[in-house]
Design a protein around this ligand. Structure first.
Ligand SMILES: [Zn+2]
Length: 109
């Protein structure tokens, strides 16, 4: 029953744990690639966002709405994002949180 939604680790708990490093700079030029930026603003994800809007039939939605009543569509949206293409890699830190870090970029410190 839960296999479909948890198949790729995209549970609601996963999304709550999902986090972005503070120094993550987005490919689009935004200085801080927050989850809100990815969901609502990033120009690199316009196509995926349009698809999400069409499936949901209402926009804008709050982040809370996305992970509750629209979670199926939201999972598809998240899974459609190519974080590698955005120059990020997702790692799991020591606290078990998923963190998106700039990938292919030399660590400044
Ligand atoms: Zn961006």
């Amino acid at each position: 029953m839960t296999a479909v939604l948890t198949g790729h680790g995209m549970t609601k708990a996963y999304l709550h744990r999902f986090d972005l490093s503070e120094d993550a700079k987005c490919k689009c030029g935004n200085e801080y690639q927050s989850m809100e930026h990815i969901i609502f603003q990033c120009a690199e994800l316009n196509d995926q966002r349009e698809l999400l809007k069409r499936k949901m039939g209402e926009w804008p939605a709050s982040k809370e709405d996305l992970i509750t009543k629209h979670k199926k569509e939201f999972y598809v949206f998240i899974e459609s994002i190519d974080f590698e293409d955005l120059n990020y890699e997702i790692i799991v830190n020591s606290e078990g949180r998923h963190v998106v870090l700039p990938g292919g970029v030399e660590n400044a410190q």
